[in-house]
Design a protein around this ligand. Sequence first.
Ligand SMILES: [Mg+2]
Length: 234
Amino acid sequence: MIDKIKGADRLNKIAGTEFWIFDLDNTLYPASSNLFAQIDAKMKDFIAQAFDIPVEDAFKLQKKYYHEYGTTLRGLMVNDGIDPDIFLSYVHNIDHSVLKPDKALDRALDSLCGQKFIYTNGSAKHATAVTNQLGISHHFAAIFDISASDYIPKPDPASYANFVARHAIAPNRAVMFEDSHKNLKPAADLGMTTVFVHHANNAPTGAQEMGHCHYLTDNLVSWLQSANTYIARS
Ligand SMILES: [Mg+2]
């Protein structure tokens, strides 16, 4: 079921959607796979080695940069001159085989009319490895990754402006899916319909903070199936 319905106008917009935009990590695959936990651990290791500091201090710096700059990488680039490609190839050198083919997601994506995109703060190489494992690579018109965004991460509005311009996306005919609700704010501000995909570690918080999330779901496939059913009937 669609968990939270914002009235007929919003549903009518969904029926007319031409652009489906998906975050990658913990959105297109479940957080319970612990794939992103591998990346998180790699980031901590990278910082500990780069600055020759204990892992506990590395973890603190990692999270400080994440909260201040949107991504740990952005903080490392701005403050410490870290080469983004060296960082990204290190942190995405993980075991992608923990992800299994997702036939239900494949079918749900297949039923959606319109162009589909991946919009990620990670690298295209990592996104390709993930979607190959899930068996869904063929659905996407493009991957807009952190290098395509000139290393400016979500939720910086400049990144969204770059993304919609690059792919000629009409925001009022777009739906965006994300497990980071703060990354949905600039999307909603542009006129996109937003779907917050939540899990155990990012449960919805106060209503005020969540006002830009038009829909909430803890199951992306179910949400897409409901949307497809609605679109087919409208
Ligand atoms: Mg994510």
